[in-house]
Structures are given as structure tokens and as C-alpha cells.
Write a protein that binds this ligand. Structure first.
Ligand code: UFG
Length: 330
């Protein structure tokens, strides 16, 4: 059966651009819709880029019809937790309401498959630090709530129409394309591995450890860090699953084990050969102590097999990307 095109919203952003690249490498017809508010034109590489907003119904309708889109992968979103706390309505408008508008257009255009970027932030602070898909959702910030509301809309829409979806709840994404073409280019980054790599290269004076009194083995926060290429591969697997007739499903994407902030900083020192200037600071508001995926279900359902589950390897690719950005800023 001949497949339609795939629309990747937010495909000029960090994760969407890696997914677009893998889809193209498989010979898929891909187009990117991105308003470039946070994305970068360069990240689209040679994938056709339409500059526009997901919430612009006229535009999206036109794109879906003109390009014969049968699958939408929806990445476009704001993703900064502290910003969501300061400006909640921006997150509900840009993440939740925009997803609603996109879904309306998808139904009109009879899009068959939808892959949604959700987040481990929907779990809030799970007991024992592990979250399975069955763990109760209890987001503790507007970012997490905006994603959970989108999941709910998607589930209701799928019950009422023929669209089928995979919602992927990402844990802590890091690293970059092993070909060195794309990576995370967000200015004023807050994510630990990027911050620490910037510090190793002298772009920052120091790295802060936010909290050393968590009930974790070394007192610092524990997360499930996953290489962006393994995460991207989960989307390709989700597409195969949906094309194979798979039922609507929500899945964690993580490796199932965690590292502490101190372990991450040690890895950055090991890989870079630099000593980091580290400052111990109080806990950051809204941070759970530990958040690690129970990640068996995605392996069983999508047959996803991670290839890059190695902290030093993740850090090496993140560092290589930061070095490239130093030479050639985006
Ligand atoms: N941390 C530091 N110093 C820093 C940055 C982070 O100690 O400079 C710590 C945090 O306190 C936390 C860990 O490193 O313990 C990871 O923090 P990140 O900011 O890298 O990532 P988060 O876990 O806060 O958040 C990420 C994404 C969110 C997503 C969430 C889901 O940014 O979009 O994972 O768990 F919702």
C-alpha cells in the first residue's frame, strides 16, 4: 500500500529535526511545519520547511490537502518548565489549544495516524521515583498539565473518529546526531547535560547542582537520560506500529535506569578531560528527586531496541555538538 506524506510539526526543533532526518533516511516523504519561534531553519536540513503556526487552521488545512498527508508527528510545543510556571496561559495556548486546532484539521483531512510528543512531566513526583504508564498522572507544573490535557484530547478524539495514535512520554533527552549535522541549539539552555558541556568548553563559568539533600544514593536528582537518536527511532517504530494496524497507545520512552546529577557531571569531566567548577545550590522549585521510566512496554509493543544506552556516549555526542556550535553558531 502506498503511504501518504508525514507532516512533522516542530521539525526545526531539537527532537523533531532528528525524527525528520531518520524518516527521510528511510525514504519517507516528509515535510516540516515550524513557526521558527524556537526552532532553527538550519535544523530542517534539506527537508521541505513550511514556516507557519500549528494553530493556523487555514494554513494547516491547506498543507494537509496539498501534500496528501496521512500521518502527523506533533512536536511543536513550548518545553521550558519554569517558563510554564511564570506564564501558564502561554503553555495552554501554545501546547494544548494549538494541539486541539491541529486535531480538528487532522479529522477534516482524514489523517490516519498521529504520533504525539508527550512528557514524563505528566507523572509529577511518582512514589519510589519510577513511573510506569499505569502510574497515576499528577503533573506539578503547567507544562506537564498542558501535555496531559493534549493526551486526553487525543484519546477522546480517537474514540470518536478513525484516527489512531501513539503518545510517547519522553524522559530526559540529550545528545545529538552522530553525523554532527544537528543538535540542541536552544539559547540559555537549562538542561543539565547541555549546561555541563557548555561549562566544560568555557561557555559558562560553572555548573550548579540543584539540591544535594534528595533521598537518592548521593543526594542529587536522578533522571533517565536517553540519547536523542534512540528517542527518534521510537517515532519511526511508532509509525511502523500504526501502519501495521496497532491500537492507540501511550508509552514511556526511557532506558529504565537513572543517573544522578553528580554521575552526569563526572561523565562530562571524564569525556571532556576538563574539571568543572561546581556550585551546590538549593533544590530547584518543582523538581522531583528521582524520575526514571519503567520502560518495558515500548519494547514489547513497538519492538523498540535502544542502541545508544551509554551515558559517556550521550555526553560525547552532546559535547561534540557544543564544540561545533562554538565554531559555527546557529
Ligand atoms: N540540574 C542541576 N543543574 C542544572 C540543571 C539541572 O542540578 O544546571 C538537575 C535538576 O535539578 C534535575 C536534573 O539535573 O535533578 C535534570 O534536570 P534538567 O533540567 O536537565 O531536566 P528536568 O528533569 O528538569 O526536565 C526535563 C525536561 C522537561 C521534562 C522533564 C520530564 O526539561 O521538559 O525532563 O522529566 F518535562
Amino acid at each position: 500500500m502506498k503511504h501518504g506524506s508525514i507532516l512533522v510539526t516542530g521539525g526545526a526543533g531539537y527532537i523533531g529535526s532528528h525524527v525528520a532526518l531518520q524518516l527521510r533516511a528511510r525514504g519517507e516523504r516528509v515535510l516540516i511545519l515550524d513557526d521558527l519561534s524556537r526552532g532553527f531553519r538550519q535544523a530542517a536540513l534539506d527537508t521541505p520547511l513550511i514556516v507557519g503556526a500549528v494553530a493556523d487552521r487555514e494554513r494547516v488545512r491547506g498543507v494537509l490537502h496539498e501534500h496528501g498527508v496521512d500521518t502527523v508527528m506533533h512536536f511543536a510545543a513550548h518545553t521550558i518548565v519554569p517558563e510554564s510556571v511564570r506564564e501558564p496561559l502561554k503553555y495552554y495556548r501554545n501546547n494544548t489549544c494549538a494541539t486541539g486546532a491541529l486535531l480538528e484539521c487532522c479529522l477534516e483531512a482524514q489523517v490516519r495516524h498521529f504520533v504525539f510528543s508527550s512528557s514524563a512531566a505528566v507523572y509529577g513526583v511518582p512514589a519510589e521515583g519510577f513511573a510506569a504508564e499505569s502510574t497515576p498522572t499528577a503533573p506539578i507544573n503547567p507544562y506537564g498539565t498542558s501535555k496531559l490535557m493534549s493526551e486526553w484530547m487525543l484519546a477522546d478524539v480517537a474514540r470518536a473518529a478513525s484516527l489512531r495514535y501513539v503518545a510517547l512520554r519522553y524522559f530526559n533527552v540529550a545528545g545529538s546526531d552522530t553525523g554532527g549535522r544537528i543538535g540542541q541549539a536552544t539559547p540559555n539552555a537549562t538542561l543539565l547535560i547541555k549546561v555541563a558541556c557548555e561549562a566544560a568548553l568555557g561557555k559558562r563559568a560553572h555548573v550548579a547542582i540543584f539540591g544535594t539533600d534528595y533521598p537518592t544514593p548521593d543526594g542529587t536528582g536522578v533522571r533517565d537520560y536517553i540519547h536523542v537518536e534512540d528517542l527518534a527511532a521510537a517515532h519511526v517504530d511508532a509509525l511502523s506500529y500504526l501502519r501495521g494496524g496497532g491500537a492507540c497507545i501511550t508509552l514511556n520512552v526511557g532506558y529504565g535506569h537513572g543517573y544522578s546529577v553528580r554521575q552526569v557531571l563526572e561523565s562530562v569531566e571524564r569525556v571532556s578531560g576538563k574539571r568543572l567548577a561546581v556550585r551546590e545550590e538549593p533544590r530547584r522549585a518543582g523538581d522531583p528527586g528521582a524520575l526514571v521510566a519503567r520502560a518495558d512496554r515500548i519494547r514489547a509493543e513497538l519492538l523498540w531496541r535502544p542502541r545508544l544506552d551509554d551515558l559517556d556516549g550521550i555526553v560525547r555526542s552532546a559535547l561534540a555538538w557544543e564544540e561545533r556550535l562554538l565554531r559555527d553558531p546557529w
